[in-house]
Write a protein that binds this ligand. Structure first.
Ligand SMILES: [Zn+2]
Length: 340
């Protein structure tokens, strides 16, 4: 089958690799209907992670179950399913508490990666959620978004305690930040301030429910947020970038007693003790427990209450995955959907 391998900085290729097989009786094999490139895939692409090449790429997926192991009981061949990037049993004490991305029995997705034709998903009963039926083609981008970016933006909004009566700031205008806006509005936030200086992204931010746009960043951005919030800062801030600058911008935009939901994969964030001590903000984040939100998100998408698939502004056949990475790296595209 065809799969995506990264051989070095900026070097993404499609190659023929062996098809995945059931390795454990709790595994399932999916034939992927769609997959995509994640903002976090750009970190190795830009050479900012210590990596041993080649790297199998992709962790976002939707597809049809092709085969299941002998101990899989709820997931059946022929079902259309969505799963998280972090397989989980959905039964351990940590999963039950709402943190399946830290499942005590967690396993890794198949080593072939999800930017491929087929994918092995461990712990199929716990990880995968089937849709009510095989979806029509127009729903597939939104369902794919649920497997990571929507679930991650949603977690950012939940962790930041977005809700009625709250002013929410979103730092980062990538797909996760944009869907954090959608999530904050769905959770009932009165006001959502998007921090973005890119016109097409500002437009999508407004479509997803942003009430204000702030173009400044750093100190000037924090100042502008203070101006918009009676000098106090926001109740809730979603941090969706993961750099030291964005984390500091998020913490400093939050009022004392407020909440920061940080969901950008951290690279080089160094929090100083005194900054933490005097900020008096709640910090919560990390790898999103997407599985917790999937049933609710699938429901909202299935009923066409939300359309998170709008973040995919480039769609390519899997064979052109290299062009998909390039477009995101150069910020020509927000997010690339790939058809295997
Ligand atoms: Zn678990």
């Amino acid at each position: 089958m065809r799969a995506t391998l990264m051989y070095g900085i900026g070097d993404v290729r499609i190659e023929n690799v062996p098809e995945p097989t059931i390795l454990k009786p709790t595994d399932a094999i999916l034939r992927l209907s769609a997959t995509c490139v994640c903002g976090s895939d750009l970190w190795p692409y830009r050479g900012l992670d210590g990596i041993s090449w080649p790297l199998a790429m992709g962790h976002e997926y939707v597809g049809i179950v092709e085969e299941v192991g002998s101990e899989v009981t709820t997931i059946k061949p022929g079902q259309f399913v969505i799963g998280s990037f972090m397989p989980s049993d959905n039964t351990c004490e940590i999963c039950q508490a709402g943190y399946p991305s830290s499942c005590v029995h967690g396993e890794e997705l198949g080593a072939e990666g999800a930017q491929a034709e087929l994918l092995r998903v461990p712990l199929a009963d716990g990880t995968l959620v089937a849709t009510p039926d095989v979806p029509t083609a127009d729903l597939i981008p939104s369902l794919l978004a649920a497997s990571d970016v929507l679930g991650t933006g949603w977690f950012g909004a939940v962790a930041a305690q977005a809700g009625p009566g709250k002013t929410v700031v979103v730092v980062g205008d990538g797909a996760v930040g944009l869907l954090g806006i959608l999530a904050a509005r769905q959770l009932g936030a009165d006001r959502v301030i998007a921090m973005s200086r890119h016109e097409p992204r500002q437009r999508l931010a407004r479509e997803f429910g942003a009430t204000d746009i702030v173009e400044e960043r750093g100190d000037a951005g924090v100042e502008r947020i203070k101006e918009l919030t009676d000098g106090l800062g926001a109740h809730s801030v979603i941090e969706a970038v993961g750099t030291h600058e964005s984390m500091m911008q998020a913490m400093r935009s939050t009022r004392p007693g407020g909440h920061v939901g940080f969901v950008g994969v951290a690279h080089g964030v160094q929090l100083a003790g005194m900054d933490l001590f005097f900020s008096q903000v709640h910090l919560h984040g990390g790898p999103a427990p997407v599985r917790r939100f999937l049933p609710e998100l699938i429901d909202l998408i299935w009923n066409r209450d939300i359309d998170p698939g709008k973040v995919f502004d480039l769609e390519l056949p899997l064979d052109q995955v290299g062009a998909g990475y390039r477009a995101m790296d150069q910020r020509v595209a927000i997010k690339t959907l790939l058809r295997p």
